[in-house]
Design a protein. Sequence first.
Length: 149
Amino acid sequence: MKVILLKDIKGVGKRFEEKEISDGYANNFLIPKKLVMSLSDASIASVKNLKEQEKRVQEKRGEMMSQSISKLKDVKLTTFMKANENGSLFSSLNKKKISELLKKEGIEIDPEHIKLEEPIKETGSFKIPVSIGEEKETYFTLEINPLLD
């Protein structure tokens, strides 16, 4: 059976590809889970519309991310976290948590654009790199202070 993939399927293919799949696998598993659509003129037109819609969303998201990156240039973000007397944090600060801190400041950056090699586990001042692709890259300063009880 010829189908169009609606999602990436491991061992089968990538989203929006046309593939030949066994009838049983398609009818009993993939179609009921809405992972594929049988190949027809209507489905081809539908997938074309989905591709265009996704492209517009990605372009708009890229523009928003570029604006957010330009806002980051001189940002100094300060946060307080529980730490011991040696300055080691009780919980580490990862990309997702940093993204949430930025969101509270009105700057939306997806965690995958924060280029942090490993989670931060101590207090101090850190220069955090943020990039979109190869062309847009900037840094912002994150200062982590110990939270006193």
